[in-house]
Design a binder for this molecule. Sequence first.
Ligand SMILES: O=C(O)C1=C[C@@H](OP(=O)(O)O)[C@@H](O)[C@H](O)C1
Ligand SMILES: C=C(OP(=O)(O)O)C(=O)O
Length: 427
Amino acid sequence: MNEVIKGISGKIQGTLSVPGDKSISHRAVLLGSIAEGRTEIEGFLMGEDCLSTVACVRKLGIEVETLAPGQLHVFGKGLFGWQEPREILDAGNSGTTMRLMLGLLAGHPFHAVMKGDASLSSRPMARVVDPLRAMGARIDGRNEGKNAPLSIRGGNLHPITYSSPVSSAQVKSAVLLAGLFTEGETTVIEPAKSRDHTETMLASFGAQVKTTGCISTVKGLPRLKGEKIMVPGDISSAAFFLVAAAITPGSELMLKNIGVNPSRTGIIDVLKRMGAQITCQNERIEAGEPVADIQVKHSHLQGITVEGDDIPRLIDEIPVLAVAAAHATGTTVIKDAGELRVKETDRIISVVSQMAALGMDIEPREDGMVIRGGRTLKGTAVNSFHDHRIAMALAVAGISAAGVTTIENAESVKISFPGFFEMLKSF
Ligand SMILES: O=C(O)C1=C[C@@H](OP(=O)(O)O)[C@@H](O)[C@H](O)C1
Ligand SMILES: C=C(OP(=O)(O)O)C(=O)O
């Protein structure tokens, strides 16, 4: 499906709520499915990725009731309560579904097969398969288990201390979740801290979790109790509107009820360092997660260098950060972001090629990109390559471009942000 975006002449003003956090939604269903009793979820993201997680959990014998859009009840049967699935578990486009489910399946003494779509089938799985095999899971798959489809027979695990070569919450979560099914302590050490929603939610379900800097430890065989979970708005979705308002003259926007966990707020910090006027108001804690209303006003931005420990804190926001950089004075350099190459698309190639088509002065680097700001963008036909974040970043570039931008394969926004185009076009 194509989406047509016109350059916007007005301002981006008013109050917005964005859909629920994708990372927290996945984890709420997964932890609910291995807890005892009912887990009640409000604000669940009804995006295709999270619905893939729900479909997988149902195939494992867990009842998930949808009372209304965003309101789900999960009837967990406790640790070891999943049943051997009769069908293949389909993670669709979702890396989080496949990698976190593999961690949980590693704990179960039965056979299961996981598959995904064309994009997910080419993404690296050895990063979770290797440590799960080291814990005792038997896993086989395409390319010796480096890619999906993967088959797994879990059970009889032993705890490990795993030093992950990459900062990845999916790797960390897979190992910690497997660690729930064996006596003793399982530890993951990562080079820079990744999002910590798994640790926070595990603690709220009753597990013993310790986190010190980049080291997280879980104690095995906890009794997890069903919980009430309020999912906050997704900062990764809010980011498209933060940038849209920051670059559109006269704009002043309030984004309500957004998750502002410090392991996710790199985009706020970096936009502020570029000169954006952003303030977090009404800060509070809900189910262990920090939540706030975020106000953003149009401002003149300056190019900066983004690197190191900030990268895992804004990895999914880099496509739209490139749009902010194109509207900044001077050069923005994004480094240490080689992980972009293994997302739904190679996001260095997809961002650079499609933003350049809109007239951006942008060059790829092995581990990032360089953007020289100040060029006027001009609408044309561009392609999201079925990558939701690329489709939305191109739309934000499109509203700042002269003329008409046509985004091909734009339906991919349903992965993480159903209703995105309607919201953007409401301004
Ligand atoms: O754990 C999660 O919910 C996620 C972790 C990140 O991936 P990596 O773990 O591969 O860095 C992120 O890009 C993805 O959108 C969601
Ligand atoms: C990389 C992403 O998700 P996942 O890894 O779950 O497919 C994303 O949402 O940008």
